[in-house]
Design a protein around this ligand. Sequence first.
Ligand SMILES: [Cu+2]
Length: 412
Amino acid sequence: MGFKKLINGEALLNTLKNKQLVKNSKITLSLFAVFMLSGTNLLMAQSASTADSVTPAEKSEMWTGVGYYVLIFLTICLGVAIFGKVLKVYDLTRKMQGKKPINWNNIMGICCAVFLVAGLYGAYWSITEQGSMSLPEAASIHGVDIDNMFTITTVLTLIVFVITQVLLFGFLFLYRGSDKRRAHFLPHNNTIEKVWTIVPAIVLTILVIFGFFTWERITNSTEVKGDLNIDVTGHQFTWELRYPGKDGKLGHVDYKLVTGYNKLGVDFKDRNSFDDLSADTLVLPVNKSIRINIHAQDVIHSVYMPHFRVQLNAVPGLPTFFKFVPTITTAQMRLKTENPKFEYLLYCNKICGDGHYNMQRIVRVVTEAEYQDWIARQKPYLTDQLKKDLKIATTNPTAPAKVSSNRLALNN
Ligand SMILES: [Cu+2]
């Protein structure tokens, strides 16, 4: 009797031979999966390593990280395969010796119990260790409402998760296959059907209505009076910011008026346009209602300020707005986060091209006095060059301009 026959048994070997085709395709698929995994890791590491901010030390750490986890994965797979093989050999040996074979029902039951405990601990670990990383502290009034909704939904789903997992794996362990028991066949039970249909339906309805009213409260204010209006215009790959001047009103914009010097297409036939200001940083006074008017000039972008729980798409040809009240100044947040360099950021959250990753502006929340000081130092949108370009003759900033022509921004 050969070695293979000795450890595997005749029957097992025959089965394997019969399944040679299946086995071959499984090996091919496994190799393909490993190839794809390595390729993806390689690409991710390469694209990340091209970023300027990555130092050589971080780069080598990243490579170690990717290789390390692939190796761990392969080692675990190998370990499981070897353990399975050893058990099989042990089982066959016992059979050959005429002893009682391994009780696989018990093994499967114990595995389910271990999986339940390990899985629940994993979920607990994930929530306690990484839960706080999901979103930063809310720095706006409506942000707290959104967080409350998020917390309630998470707690409810967590309760259902724990109950269902304990029942599922607990029953698999408690009622594992045994010669002493016979399974009860339950073809249909109306009470169970009603309970597991009606209860989730009621809970989900409450959650949806709760969410609907919260969203309505956040978005249903069209009142402009008293708001600080700021135009935020996205184009590849930056955000242009326009503030109103002393009149508190922003002038009209029209994409047909966009030129090299009039990047936003501000209409200077509208007298409100004359004192508009352009800025590099989105500075917001704390506890004041801010209305962000969102525009896009090329592709779809998305205004995203995670600390304020603000996100809305910027769609070309479809101006939108979002209103919110920032409640924590940058200085206060620096103290809270114990990070003296902390800055709020306005990101683009729509993959809009190869410069998307860096499409951002610093957002600074300041006191009213600091805001007044800052706004007084901002440059007018209507630069001398733009005046020349538009052939604006008037020197009176409140008078409507005699604009020479409307220039088309598009090449058509
Ligand atoms: Cu973008």
